[in-house]
Design a protein around this ligand. Sequence first.
Ligand SMILES: O=P(O)(O)OC[C@H]1O[C@](O)(CO)[C@@H](O)[C@@H]1O
Length: 325
Amino acid sequence: MKKEYQQEIKNALAATEKLDGINHVYFVACGGSMAFMQPAEYIFNRECDIPATILPAREFTTRNPHDLGKHSLVVSCSHSGTTPETNEAVNFAKGKGALTVGITYTVGSDLEKNSDFTLHYSWGKGTDASDLNNGVLYGFLFSLLKSVTGDNKYEKGLEALDSLETMADRVRKQFGETAKKWTSELKREKLIYAVGSGINTGETYSFSACWLQEMQWIHSGYINSAEYFHGPFEVTDFDVPFIICKGLGVTRKMDQRVIDFAKKHSQKVYVIDDADFDMHEVDDDFKEYYSQILSGVAFRQLAEGFAYERGHSLDVRRYMGHLDY
Ligand SMILES: O=P(O)(O)OC[C@H]1O[C@](O)(CO)[C@@H](O)[C@@H]1O
């Protein structure tokens, strides 16, 4: 990871240590930037006693959590740094006395101006994965967990960042042909469901909401594997497509239960299995946490495959940036 990003993480971390105890960590953002932070909430919940909650930025300000105050840490993210709801949430949190850390690609953006501390990341093809948003988030997260728990095991989580690009590149090569095949088969589907859970919740939600709905205008919905059997499974039929992300770790059996059922009733079940991805560089304690970044690499290849097969650029929007909402 670039030295300046490491320094930004150190600066933000030092500020969290001055809080004299964190009562709650909130992650707030919109769309893909919110989805990208969901694993942080999951990891925090799994690893320590400090409550962590992720909320869409507008719901955060609307809900006005009762415990939000001078011992709270509010982490936001906006790629552009300009999304109004996210900036409103940061200013709202600051008004309550919370410490705000903004994660953004855009130097000098509103988010940077509004946040107490900023973590920048790089973007674009050819960027080392440790300098992308996920790398910077995990750099901050594992440093924070080490600080609040005093457990040195998080050093291993930080060390894995050095191998992230190697692992991501391996998945790109491994999954490339599969992505082409699946998207060629699915390109005329009017509706595709995305199913996942646990650490993969954000990436699976983002695949449905951002890649399929927003960037391909394909009807879709995210279904949590645990919730599939409580409503959504009634729409399962031989011709209904499901892309299911099968995670590692504690939620894997929930994903498997969906796969077993869906495969009996639909001929269009496609499974991204994180166990297929080689992660030998990562310590066992952190494999599940890193696997979602690799799921994201596969989801991105599917999105690019759809864009190619359907002749529909991922950059086209009908409303966003053109019409007020
Ligand atoms: O990350 P930003 O700049 O706040 O932008 C958020 C917007 O970008 C997306 O995540 C992807 O275009 C949208 O879903 C969302 O409206």
